[in-house]
Write a protein that binds this ligand. Structure first.
Ligand code: S3P
Length: 433
């Protein structure tokens, strides 16, 4: 499906709340399925990716109920699924589940297969099969890609020094460590999102710090928890971007936004570009910091983005590239080669789509150099990547003509209500079959 996005006719206004956090929702679906008793979740993200993880847990015997926005998961006893577990487009679902299942005692002796769509089947899985293999897991990925074939078995703990900062790898190893003999430790080259470390204690799992790593002892029993999912900063970021661009926007209010410091790179970057974003810390939701944002239209300026900020904004680079296209001067992104193995090669795809809109972009092996200027309208393509589709829709607010985004239906994987939410704030977006 196409999404047609028109230049803003006026300021964006109103109050907004982002949908539930995707990373946290995936983790809760898995932990709820592993834990004894009924886990209750408010604010679970209702999107294709997180639904796939929940369905996978249900296919292994977790009893999932839904009542007026409250998700219940009665877990604690898994059985081998009768069909392959389909994680669709979700790298988080596939990598985390692989870690959680490869040593699960209820599944020893069974054969499981984790499958995904074409995009997920092209993403690297060696980054999890290597450490899990070192733990003794029997996980096979042909040529380093999904489908993943698993024969769950006994595991031994390892100390794993991760070559790249990745919360998915860290979490996969820690989840496997729950069923391993001994103390599993992961050491990261730099900070990645720490939702797993914040959530596990609520399920009765203790972690220990062992500078520079984090670890847990195998054999700990998980007990059900009652949890709230904060709003997803990665989804809210599109509304922040829209507010910064749409002429005359004075006070766009975003409430219940997750502000975990391992995720807030996008706010640092946009503020460094001159974005007028006020931040007001609120009460924590569970172990996660949450707050409000107030966004005003701003004149943005290109910057050199420090490489150490990249992992803290890893999912927001399509949006940052879109905003850089209309910032004054040059924006340089470096140290961001990981963007090439996301739902699409985001450096290549964004560079190409921005060029179609008349932007001067030089793609580099680990980043891009973007000259800000005017953006014309026209036809672009999301290449099946939800965040690219949404970023281009935001950029359309300041294009000279409407922007038509092909393959925009992929937005459903993380933020099905994106177009409705932006429309409610005053933007003009229309789905075309
Ligand atoms: C995620 C980690 C990140 C991020 C992804 C969600 C998670 O991936 O890009 O959208 O929930 O752990 P990497 O671990 O590959 O950096």
């Amino acid at each position: 499906m196409k999404l047609s996005a028109s230049p803003a006719a006026g300021p964006l206004r109103g109050d907004y709340q982002p949908p539930g956090d995707k990373s946290i929702s995936h983790r809760l679906a898995i932990l709820g399925g592993l834990a004894n008793g009924e886990t209750q979740i408010r604010g679970f993200l209702d999107a294709a990716d997180t639904r796939a993880t929940l369905a996978a847990m249900a296919a292994m015997g977790a009893e999932v109920s839904e009542n007026d926005g409250l998700i219940g998961i009665r877990g604690g006893r898994l059985r081998a699924p009768s069909t392959p577990l389909d994680l669709g487009n979700s790298g988080t679902g596939m990598r985390l589940l692989c870690g959680a299942l490869c040593g699960h005692p209820d599944l020893h002796g069974a054969s499981l297969q984790l499958v995904g769509d074409a995009s997920l089947s092209a993403r690297p899985m060696g980054r999890i099969t290597r450490p899990l293999g070192e733990m003794g897991a029997m996980v096979h990925a042909s040529d380093g890609h999904a489908p993943l074939n698993l024969k769950p078995c006994g595991l031994k703990a390892i100390r794993y020094v991760m070559p790249v900062a990745s919360a998915q790898v860290k979490t996969a190893v820690l989840l496997a460590g729950l069923f391993a003999e001994g103390d599993t430790v992961v050491v990261e080259p730099g900070p990645s999102r720490d939702h797993s470390e914040r959530l596990l204690p609520a399920f009765g799992v203790s972690l220990f710090d062992c500078e520079p790593g984090i670890g847990l002892r195998g054999g700990q029993k998980l007990r059900a928890a009652s949890c709230h999912v904060p709003g997803d900063l990665s989804s809210a970021a599109f509304v922040v971007g829209a507010g910064l661009l749409a002429a005359g926007t004075e006070g766009l209010n975003l409430a219940n936004v997750g502000l975990n410091p391992t995720r807030d790179g996008v706010l640092r970057i946009l503020r460094a570009m001159g974005g007028n974003i006020e931040l007001e810390a609120g009460d924590a939701v569970g172990a996660e910091p949450v707050g409000r944002l107030l966004v005003r239209q701003s004149s943005l300026t290109g910057i050199d983005i420090p490489a150490e900020w990249v992992p803290l904004a890893i999912d927001e680079f399509p949006l940052i590239m879109a905003l850089a296209a209309v910032a004054e001067g040059t924006t340089r992104i470096q140290g961001a080669a990981e963007l090439r193995v996301k739902e699409s090669d985001r450096l290549a795809v964004m560079s190409e789509q921005l060029r179609r809109l008349g932007v001067k972009v030089e793609e580099t092996p680990d980043g891009a150099i973007i000259e800000g200027g005017e953006v014309k309208g026209g036809q672009v393509d999301s290449a099946g990547d939800h965040r690219i589709a949404m970023s281009l829709a935001v950029l359309a607010l300041v294009a000279r003509e409407p922007v038509e985004i092909d393959n925009a239906e992929w937005i459903r994987t993380s933020y099905p209500g994106f177009a409705d939410d932006l429309r409610a704030l005053g933007a003009q977006l229309e789905w075309i079959d």
